[in-house]
Design a protein around this ligand. Structure first.
Ligand code: SF4
Length: 97
């Protein structure tokens, strides 16, 4: 007996947002990272968090295991001595105080 295949409901994973229009109306919200590959765009807060996380002392004690933590640590190396991240981190600390 052959069963009919049930159709799956299509889920749209890409939101229907006009990204270019949003970026035009919020020019200060995102920065373009000069150090990450692919001209990564991220929020100023995310950049500051990456800089702060990269400079936490706990990342200096992690070796190659577990591998997923090692990959995360390697991903933050570019942020460790980044001038852009340092400026944004100090700016956001001032805002929080
Ligand atoms: S801290 Fe520097 S390298 Fe890291 S995301 Fe921000 S701009 Fe890019």
């Amino acid at each position: 007996m052959r069963y009919a295949r049930k159709s799956r409901k299509r889920i749209n994973f890409v939101p229907d947002a006009d990204v270019d229009a949003w970026l035009d109306s919020n020019p200060q919200a995102m920065i373009s990272c000069p150090n990450q590959p692919g001209q990564l765009k991220l929020t100023r807060e995310s950049c500051a968090k990456r800089y702060i996380t990269a400079n936490e002392p706990r990342w200096s004690n992690i070796g190659a295991e577990p591998f997923h933590i090692f990959v995360f640590k390697m991903n933050l190396i570019a942020c460790r001595n980044c001038q852009v991240g340092a400026e944004l981190a100090s700016e956001i600390k001032v805002k929080a105080a």
